[in-house]
Write a protein of this length. Sequence first.
Length: 258
Amino acid sequence: MTTTAAHTGYLTGRLLRATGRQPAFVVIMLIQPMIWLLLFGQLFKRVVELPGFASGSYIDFLTPGVVVMTVLFTSGWSGMAFIDDMERGVMDRMLSSPVSRGAMMISAVANQAVTIVVQGLIVVVVGLLLGASFSGGVVGVVVMLVASVLLAAAFSSLSNGMALIVRTQESLIGFSTMLTLPLSFLSSAMMAREVAPDWIQTVSSYNPVDWTVVASREALSASPDWSAIWPRLGGLLVVALAAVWLATRAFRSYQRSL
């Protein structure tokens, strides 16, 4: 465990330095969420008049959803770094060294976590500037970020694992799009579950994306229902751990194919 922790710290530092050298990536990944927040927030602001919306403002309702959608579209591209390492021969050199495979995966997840926290805080600030009001305060924002990081851990691990299997950017893009778009719209990120068709309501109850959105909105509300928050955070933790474990096993598939 000590060795894995040391390797994780070193590799996380390497990835954070790489991300710091290209801050445009973080900005670019925020463009689409900002479009949703700025345009959809105005276009659909009257939908809160429909039954099922507990929020007094659509910006209040939409902001946590946009944070979660930012998680999906950012973490879904995590495997691109693995593919870049493969193409430059870095991956083969690392796998031939004593470095822990678990550390390689966990460091990639940690790098995504830092990016997600920065992006999430930016979206929250923009939401506040647009008039959003989060009665849950700092505690609510922290819970939302924790839920978002857990979701990012799951999706970035799946992206990394798939990168080790397909090893091409085109295939990874297809996988990421196939996964993120349906899960986004089969959740309550942009629309209250109560106004969705019955089958979508049923599917969303098993959707980790919806767990993240619901936990975030509850935590940001004036009277959070913690009995609804803790089970969803626990479910996200289980999904994240399972995804990290499965993705780490994908290293074996990659090595066998060499």
